[in-house]
Design a protein around this ligand. Structure first.
Ligand code: CMP
Length: 152
């Protein structure tokens, strides 16, 4: 099963959306693989956002993600990267589809509430950065096949 990385950013934590966001991924049928509540420092944020070094918004992005505690998670399921990105919505909240997290709770890109890996390769890199292997729980809930079963 595919794993993806999700981080509720400081605005999502401060505005009290942790529970609501977890519920949306649970509703989708995805399985929680790991979670932690932490404050990251600049050095760590620079590693996470390494691909954006040199872009005009880079310094602001690092300041934003380090401005308060974040809630980091791993979610698991078939096509988890795509499912999670769809539930999260477009990077710019003004372009996010109704019913997505960024549409329903965010108003602008500088406060877009949540980060989600954009490909399986990125997910692998981000999960390895944020979680030790023994922090990821391998389990199935009793509903898992009702979401990810295959007809035969
Ligand atoms: P995120 O999913 O965390 O991935 C990278 C982040 O950079 C993105 O969400 C936005 O918060 C931010 N970002 C991406 N593009 C821009 C941009 N053009 N201007 C400002 N911020 C951006």
């Amino acid at each position: 099963m595919e794993k993806t990385f999700v981080c509720i950013k400081p605005d999502g934590v401060q505005r009290g959306f942790i529970g609501e966001i977890i519920k949306r991924f649970e509703n989708r049928g995805l399985l929680l693989g790991a979670a932690k509540f932490l404050q990251v420092d600049h050095a760590f944020a620079e590693k996470h956002y390494a691909e954006h070094v040199g872009k005009p918004f880079y310094n602001g992005l690092v300041n934003y993600i380090t401005s308060g505690p974040v809630f980091a998670m791993v979610w698991v399921g078939e096509d988890a990267v795509k499912l999670v990105r769809q539930t999260v919505g477009a990077t710019k909240p003004a372009e996010a589809a109704p019913g997505t997290i960024r549409h329903d709770f965010a108003a602008k890109m500088d406060r877009n509430l949540i980060h989600a890996s954009d490909s399986p390769e990125t997910a692998e890199r981000e999960i390895a950065l944020w979680f030790a292997p023994d922090e990821i729980v391998a389990w199935h809930n009793s509903n898992f096949l009702w979401s990810f079963g295959k007809n035969s």
